[in-house]
Write a protein that binds this ligand. Structure first.
Ligand code: ADP
Ligand code: MG
Length: 294
């Protein structure tokens, strides 16, 4: 491949809405046979909405929303945006948060009005929260309906469950079909719970056996490495801080242009409009460009 021909491919990419880090990227794009897709913000819009609020016995719903909303207000994760917006809408101005910490793939924590508040799928100490039966039922029902359920805890005990609803992007099912037509195997990789993941996989045509759920960011990297160790050439598409390491570990990293800077920096290609179908265009383009010049 001559540099000039590759530059032509790069220019065509820009027209399609693909930002290519360097012309040499087209070479690895051509060989890809497996596409790992992150769920939240990649296959789904990630513009989630707060759907239901379940307070533990003895906890006021208003208090639950104030404290959870305050901590989430400091995070840019789609789940966080939904909770902060939903809380603000229901209870008005949110209190300030101190000592905020984002825990990628797990949740957030911070101090609000003297309380140590955690929101996410794990507690501040990293343990899975043990829920009272009513909250456990609420969580299972939400997940069964394809929603993301997160636990709000403070001072060491679970205080409520918030269910967040996400929407599958209108273009995702078509994108998966196009990737298959190119001979690629789609895999869904997510930190979210398995029930929600399988419901999204079904909606876009990914096999249930190709759903990898409840993975922490470091395990996302492992999942990519395992596929590569099996001899596959792996493209990974993601949007989050939690995807950055996996994007860098893949043969080809593609970031959603709608995603975080961390994901974009770790990637070889950026899908400017956040349209997954353009991932298929990129692979088609690189195959064609390199075929023309060989
Ligand atoms: P995905 O892999 O689908 O993009 P993430 O790895 O970012 O999802 O998050 C995995 C899970 O961790 C979420 O489904 C949620 O339960 C929890 N989580 C992550 N960030 C937050 C947050 N800011 N607030 C609450 N929960 C969070
Ligand atoms: Mg994501």
């Amino acid at each position: 491949a001559t540099p000039t021909a590759l530059m032509v491919g790069t220019g065509r990419g820009a027209q399609l809405g693909i930002l290519i880090k360097g012309p040499e990227v087209l070479e690895s794009t051509r060989r890809v046979d497996t596409v790992v897709l992150d769920k939240t913000g990649t296959v789904t819009t990630g513009s989630t909405a707060l759907h239901a609020v379940h307070a533990a016995e003895g906890v006021e719903e208003r208090e639950l929303l104030r404290l959870a909303g305050a901590v989430e207000h400091a995070s840019e994760h789609p789940v966080a945006r939904a909770i902060a917006a939903g809380a603000e809408e229901r209870v008005g101005a949110l209190p300030a948060v101190e000592e905020f910490a984002g825990l990628p793939g797990r949740g957030v924590r911070g101090r609000v009005e003297g309380r140590e508040v955690t929101v996410g799928r794990l507690m501040a100490d990293g343990a899975a929260p043990e829920l009272p039966p009513a909250l456990e039922r609420a969580r299972e029902a939400a997940e069964g309906a394809g929603r993301t359920a997160v636990v709000v805890s403070w001072d060491g005990a679970p205080r409520g469950v918030l269910a967040v609803a996400d929407t599958v992007r209108a273009t995702s099912a078509e994108a998966v079909a196009e990737l298959r037509r190119l001979g690629l195997r789609p895999v869904l990789l997510t930190g979210d719970n398995r029930r929600a993941a399988v419901s999204v996989a079904r909606a876009v045509g990914i096999d249930e056996s190709d759903v990898v759920a409840e993975v922490l960011p470091e395990d996302k990297v492992e999942a990519v490495r395992r596929l590569r160790a099996e001899g596959r050439t792996v493209a990974m598409v993601g949007d989050g801080v939690n995807d950055a390491a996996a994007l860098a570990a893949a043969d080809l990293g593609l970031a959603m242009g709608t995603g975080t800077d961390a994901a974009i920096e770790a990637s070889d290609l950026t899908l400017v409009r956040g349209d997954l179908r353009v991932a298929a265009d990129a692979i088609r383009l690189s195959r064609r460009t390199l075929a023309t010049i060989k």
